[in-house]
Design a protein around this ligand. Sequence first.
Ligand code: C2E
Length: 659
Amino acid sequence: MQQGVALLDADLRVVIFNDRIGKLLRAPKGAIEVGVSATRMAAQIPILARTQQSDDSQESWLTHLLKCSTLFYQEISIGERIVSLTSTPVDDGGWLVSCDDISALASIRKDMADQNRRFDAALANMPHGLCMFDADKNLLLCNAGYCRLYDLPETLTRPGTPLWQILDYRQTAGNAPVQREAYFDVVVEAALKGSAASENIVLMDGRVIKITHNPMENGGYVATHEDVTESVRAEEQIKHMAGHDPLTGLPNRALLREKLEKELALRKRCALLCMDLDHFKHANDTLGHAAGDLLLKEVTDRLKKCLGEGDSIARLGGDEFIVFQEEVQTKERAAALAQRLVNAIGETFIVEGQPVQLGVSIGIAITPDDGDTADGVLKNADTALYKAKTDGRGTYCFFEPAMDAGMQKRRKLEVDLRQAIAGSQFEIYYQPQVNAGTEEVVGFEALLRWHHPERGLVSPGEFIALAEETGLIVPLGEWVLRQACKDAASWPGHVRVAVNISPVQFRSPSLIHTVISALADSGLSAFQLELEITESVLLTDSETALATLHHIKKLGVRIAMDDFGTGYSSLSYLRLFPFDKIKIDQSFIRELGDSKDCAAIVKAVVDLGSSLGITTTAEGVETTDQLDQVREHGCTEIQGYFFGKPLPFSHVEKLLRKG
Ligand SMILES: Nc1nc2c(ncn2[C@@H]2O[C@@H]3COP(=O)(O)O[C@H]4[C@@H](O)[C@H](n5cnc6c(=O)[nH]c(N)nc65)O[C@@H]4COP(=O)(O)O[C@H]3[C@H]2O)c(=O)[nH]1
């Protein structure tokens, strides 16, 4: 038997006992014997007389036995052991005393108490709110985090508090869910019906609380409440950044495409206005990028002000914007918006105290007529934009299917052009320039020709503009310059070669280096080289352009102003730079016979040239009549079919040999 037992009679004397009791109580020998009284036992075994420290009873075993007749239970520490001591009154007035080693049980109980304490502490320190409600939506328990989250008074945290009472309080405190009904449906009712889920609930004070609720077996639910405002904001920010342009805050291409796809699915009639700022690159280059950014923000503000209700705007990058106009029943509505945009951007901007003039070109496509996919509509609006730009910029243009064919042709030409540059399909033709008096050849103008594998000889009028737009003119122009120098190096020293330099090529930072190395590689004297530029070179960033011109002129290379008279300010540019030559545009020469004005202009230019000591060349002289007139006006040099069409290099050699 594990238990120790002893039976006491009504006089509290031992009637019977087993050995185990003495061992468990660590009784000295003879302390428990038949006939021994409880008082004597207590004297021999002190713990039986000691007042209890634990339990509710403050009595000792002996005191209780002497005055009481109810069951008495004690736990006593004896050395390392915990021993239970139970004294049960028996019917004839005696007691049955039993004791047991409950050390193992006591240790389990202690562990459980510790665990409970730890659980309570964890509950109190939990950063999240935790609450439990029963099936009738009455509070079972909540932790400190829950109270902190909603600033609940203690009276509302007591078990039994109805949920509606807590929510009413939160309503007045300003932190109830914004959509209280929805909160009930998606969280409370769902949990009570037995489904576990997680929901983000927005509160009246703007915070976002993630509520995770789990149904309990008894029909109630337990929920955690976590303040996720910060992470939701961060997530929103990241999402916003993915769909927006950081500089202007406008939606970007990805977001625009998304919106467009949605509208297209509804088959609504909307307008897409694809915009490109005119002269922005120049402003950005001259003012610097910081000012360029300010300018773009200002542009954005102006564009926004032009929009009507339901219209939206996006930035595709650089100086490209898109306006999306909803519900466009008539083209006039889109045209009116486009005109407002053109007018707004046409007004002078002031950036860092500097006036800046921009413009905007707009291509318009209407859905679903001009495309039923986002990419299709965007492409067509872009095609119309290209047309608006070639129509002279600062204007708008609606997409027409015929434009598409033109655009495809242009794309094909671009592909061909790239292949041509890589595959050496170019050749330079040379057109003689003669002295007006002696008719001696003084030079040749280098004119580019393209031997297209399918189309045969293609003239520069068809591809120079495209080469400029795509930037291909830079490598192409460099090839012309190097080849022309190489060819001219075999000519007599007094025969010059004139090479056209495109404004795009002129702005390229490598131009000066290219000129120097073309001369060095070919061995051509700098004085034999003439660069022909048009006034558009000086139109933008004239200070840098003038510096480049001076640098090249210092090398000994001559500079000619081409197409003189076709621009607006040819005359004023003559004051800015000491040109070596003015080439009077062939449009004046062609009209010489019919227009007195043209004759007067040619005369004025020649006079101006002679007073400034500048050579004047009449371009496009085809007839004896034209030749006589330009000679009469005093032109120094002549170029035109009258003296010779542009010829391949091999013919030039023969011509020069003939003298
Ligand atoms: N009807 C008529 N035309 C005449 C007469 N005399 C000359 N022409 C043509 O007038 C153009 C003169 O060249 P441009 O004004 O510099 O105009 C050139 C020039 O601006 C550009 N270009 C040609 N080659 C190059 C080049 O290597 N680089 C650059 N950047 N542009 C070039 O292409 C333009 C056109 O070149 P082309 O077709 O070769 O046309 C040439 C020439 O063939 C004439 O008596 N009657």
